[in-house]
Design a protein around this ligand. Structure first.
Ligand SMILES: [Zn+2]
Length: 384
């Protein structure tokens, strides 16, 4: 048994945890830049707590996708105000912008220097400025991951900035902040969270530490995602989903993902579709194809037995077969009323480009078996 596990310095979890942010922030200085997504009430609460702790701050509103242009603007604001640390409050986008600022506050040069594909992909040499990540959705787990995903609309791609230095110094997960999340966002982000505890469990880079998180996360999402969708005020369901999301971030950052995310990256760059909805459409077809390919080409691989365990965890039945697990995933997507990929304008004629890009996506390297082009095509067709 061996593993290498890396995460935020401190993880604070619980209803009402936001109240602690003044004390936490004080240790990083008295000048903050806040990247704010989330609902206005959470932002007001944050402002009040910081003011009471005598912390000065400027606010950058994160509306929509974190494009490189938007991020450059945010970096400028932080530098002009001599910000000492960064707070990202919101969904994955706000936290990703905050991560990019924290890197650029200490590292020389321009944002583009540090981006893959569209930039120089220069290594981040210096520790980033301290950053506190406060998620207001339950999906990405971005509060404990070491990359920031930025969009480059001109080139129709999403690119990552990656480094262990990008890990937030503090992940503050307060499920209360997700109570107001509307059903659609709850469903989409929740399916992302579920995918992010399922893919690392069968990943080629799976390890004992992460396995434990994945099992717990799948159990919680299975019992609570639909509940949170139908009744946003169900506190236990919200806590379960915040916990699953955090576990997903911890897992993917340390064990990688698989073909669902291998596809989701390129599709997200090419089409305007929510990341979680893309994952939701792909999860059952990818699982079915992985199982089929494993049975055909690598029947002795442990991943097959793991898919069996997944089926038992998701259905809550010891007698469940792998097929029961796949059916369960499909019916959850239906119960959450998530449309297929064709809803976002994706059609057969796009398959070839999507597959070209997916084959070289970093997440694809974690998939338990290498899938062939024809197999990837079948997955996309089923996800339409
Ligand atoms: Zn994801």
């Amino acid at each position: 048994m061996n593993f290498d596990f890396n995460t935020a310095n401190r993880i604070l979890f619980g209803e009402g945890a936001l109240k602690e942010i003044g004390t936490i922030a004080r240790q990083f200085g008295n000048k903050a830049v806040i990247v704010a997504g989330g609902d206005p009430k959470s932002i007001e609460n944050l402002k009040e707590i910081l003011s009471n702790s005598e912390i000065e701050f400027v606010i950058f509103k994160a509306a929509g996708e974190p494009t490189t242009r938007l991020v450059e603007e945010a970096i400028r604001l932080a530098k002009e105000n001599s910000s000492q640390f960064v707070i990202g409050l919101g969904g994955g986008s706000a936290i990703d912008i905050a991560k990019a600022i924290s890197v650029m506050l200490t590292n020389p040069g321009e944002l583009l220097d540090y981006l893959e594909v569209v930039g120089k992909n220069r290594a981040i040499d210096l520790p980033a400025a301290p950053m506190i990540a406060v998620p207001t959705t339950s999906g990405t787990g971005s509060e404990v991951t070491r990359n920031a995903v930025l969009a480059v609309p001109e080139k129709k791609v999403k690119v990552s900035m990656r480094s262990a230095y990008i890990l937030p110094r503090v992940a503050l997960v307060d499920p209360e902040l997700t109570y107001g999340l509307p059903p659609r966002l709850t469903a989409n982000t929740g399916m992302d969270a579920l995918t992010q505890v399922l893919e690392p469990y069968v990943s080629l880079k799976a390890n004992s530490m992460v396995d434990m998180f994945c099992r717990e996360g799948m159990k919680r999402a299975a019992r609570s995602l639909e509940k949170a969708y139908h009744d946003g005020s169900d506190r236990q369901a919200r806590i379960d989903m915040s916990w699953t999301s955090l576990l997903g971030g911890l897992s993917l950052a340390n064990a990688g993902l698989g073909a669902v995310h291998g596809f989701a990256g390129p599709i997200g760059g090419m089409f305007h579709a929510p990341h979680g909805a893309i994952c939701a459409s792909l999860l059952a077809p990818v699982t079915a194809m992985n199982v089929k390919a494993l049975a055909l080409r690598a029947p002795g691989e442990p991943a097959l037995e793991r898919y069996h365990e997944i089926a038992k965890i998701l259905t809550g039945k010891d007698s469940a077969s792998i097929k029961d697990g796949i059916d369960w995933l499909q019916s959850l997507k239906d119960a959450l009323e998530i449309p297929g990929l064709s809803e976002y304008g994706i059609a057969e004629e796009n398959f070839s480009e999507i597959i070209d890009k997916a084959l070289v996506a970093s997440s694809m390297r974690g998939n338990p078996i290498q899938l062939q082009r024809e197999e990837l095509e079948v997955i996309l067709r089923e996800a339409l």
